[in-house]
Design a binder for this molecule. Structure first.
Ligand SMILES: [Zn+2]
Length: 190
């Protein structure tokens, strides 16, 4: 069960995001960041200080037929590269072990999973998307493993600190390494 503070946080954030839908200019900018068209992009979920997207919110069903579980998608090339460097360093295995061993972290990670599912199911309901194929499946290896830090960092950026503990740890690690910091603009795509 998702705790009440997180439930209301999910609802507030969803409303904020749906009240500022992606503009054509934002979609074009994300297309340049990803070098492909961002199908199903609903809104910019997190921004750099300069205003450019760091991560976007994607609808649960693309083109009315393709289930898309990764609701929070990291798009900033600088952030993607920084998180990839963590994955290359074996950080995922290390963090998976921490989730296994630390009961408090394990519970917080389970809550992040539940918050992800609640956000996506509410989004699916509001958009009329059929999410039955991905129900119960979140992203990034949640609730017990750490498989894709990009997805977890995407959730941390879109929902804010204090929701996904592993995404938060990964963000702190890349900031400490001087690789990416959401408070510093190093955008290369203008
Ligand atoms: Zn920037």
């Amino acid at each position: 069960m998702l705790g009440e503070p997180l439930q209301s946080r999910v609802r507030v954030r969803l409303n904020e995001l749906l009240n500022s839908p992606a503009t054509g200019a934002e979609i074009a900018l994300v297309e340049r960041q990803l070098t492909r068209y961002p199908r199903g992009m609903i809104a910019v979920g997190a921004r750099c200080r300069c205003g450019r997207p760091l991560a976007v919110v994607t609808r649960p069903l693309l083109n009315g037929s393709i289930p898309f579980p990764t609701t929070f998608y990291l798009t900033s090339p600088e952030a993607v590269k920084a998180v990839s460097s963590l994955e290359a360093d074996g950080t995922m295995r290390q963090l998976s072990e921490r989730v296994c061993q630390d009961q408090q972290l394990k519970e917080a990670y389970e809550q992040a999973h539940q918050a992800y599912l609640l956000f996506r199911s509410q989004l699916a309901e509001l958009l009329g998307d059929d999410d039955s194929h991905i129900r119960g499946i979140s992203a990034g290896g949640m609730p017990v493993r750490v498989k894709c830090l990009h997805a977890l960092v995407g959730q941390s950026l879109c929902m804010g600190a204090g929701v996904n503990p592993i995404g938060d740890i990964a963000l702190n690690m890349v900031a400490a390494a001087g690789r990416f910091d959401s408070n510093l603009c190093r955008c290369s795509i203008l």
